[in-house]
Design a binder for this molecule. Structure first.
Ligand code: ZN
Length: 160
């Protein structure tokens, strides 16, 4: 039917089935727990920064829907080897992408499979969860919830 939609589904299903960097990271220097109460997605992201501030190791564990798990899996692949600054820039770009407001002139490569997710507002938080947890880990915030951020509060209308 629609090639792009098929690609999107295949990539997400594949990462959901065989997530990358799934498990514990004993050498972790930073950790955060991310929770999306709307969907029930709940992950722990652990990372190891080396002396240069690069992400030397990263892993996640927990459970959630296919979108949240695939996004977490792809997040770990995308930030491994990056400096903290580059990883945080990617976080910000990814969050704009899933809101349907990608920064012009940037390509996020494989992560572009999430570029249509804004059409499903309930899923935006699923896709962004692991990235919020990553930001939390860098900031040494122990627990991150998709429902306690300022932006989530201001965007939230009356419960339907
Ligand atoms: Zn979800």
């Amino acid at each position: 039917m629609n090639n792009q939609l098929e690609l999107y589904q295949q990539v997400i299903l594949e990462h959901n089935r065989k997530p990358k960097n799934f498990g514990k990271l004993d050498s972790a220097t930073h950790r955060a727990e991310g929770f999306n109460p709307i969907c029930g997605d709940h992950f722990w992201v652990a990372l190891q920064l080396n002396a240069e501030g690069r992400v030397e190791g990263i892993a996640f564990e927990g459970s959630g829907c296919a979108i949240s798990k695939a996004s977490a899996s792809m997040m770990t692949e995308a930030v491994k080897g990056k400096t903290q600054a580059d990883a945080l820039t990617l976080c910000a770009q990814f969050q704009l992408l899933v809101k349907g407001e990608p920064k012009e002139g940037t390509s996020l490569g494989k992560l572009e499979v999430f570029s249509n997710i804004w059409k499903y507002p309930a899923r935006v938080k699923c896709a962004g969860l692991a990235w919020h947890a990553l930001q939390g880990a860098f900031a040494k915030t122990a627990v991150v919830s998709t429902e306690t951020e300022e932006e989530a509060v201001t965007e939230k209308g009356p419960q339907s």
